[in-house]
Write a protein that binds this ligand. Structure first.
Ligand SMILES: [Zn+2]
Length: 160
């Protein structure tokens, strides 16, 4: 695991907690720039009542708690789609974000385990392939992320 490039804000400034909506939220600060990470990253001070604590690392873990069944006999057409999408990672915002937080091997493992691909749908978009219980590629979910924060982005035209 790479060393964290961020830490909890050491100032006394508190923000509204995304979970309990009280002004008890301490945000994460990036070392290099001193800027806050995305609004959802940080820790709530109400440790007994709320316990909200989110970092880019824990978000990654929660995000990927999906059931994945390895395709034993995938249809060739579907499988090719998945393989093709596994290229162009330099144009994939989400992979770029993962590279800034995790080691190359960790990112590679996640990519192959969770079938993360690059979508041509939008610039920098990521596709998550979903395999159903019959081991067929059911569909790919296309999402766009901010490559610096790992936060999901809306498209340039404002539509999700
Ligand atoms: Zn809270």
């Amino acid at each position: 695991m790479k060393q964290y490039k961020y830490n909890l804000d050491k100032s006394t400034k508190k923000f509204v907690c995304p979970k309990c909506n009280k002004k008890t939220f301490v945000k994460l600060v990036e070392f290099k720039t001193g800027n806050y990470l995305s609004d959802e990253f940080g820790r709530c001070d109400r440790e007994t009542n709320c316990r909200y604590h989110s970092t880019p690392k824990s978000e990654f873990k929660n995000f990927y708690e999906v059931k994945y069944i390895a395709p034993a006999e995938p249809s060739l057409h579907d499988y090719n789609l998945v393989i093709q999408s596994g290229r162009n990672y330099k144009q994939n915002n989400f992979i770029q974000f993962l590279n800034s937080v995790f080691t190359i091997d960790e990112v590679k493992n996640a990519v192959s385990k969770y079938l993360i691909g690059t979508s041509k749908h939008w610039n920098g978009a990521t596709i998550f392939w979903q395999i159903d219980e019959n081991e067929k590629v059911r569909h790919g979910k296309v999402m766009l992320f901010n490559f610096e924060t790992g936060k999901r982005q809306k498209r340039a035209n404002g539509k999700a």
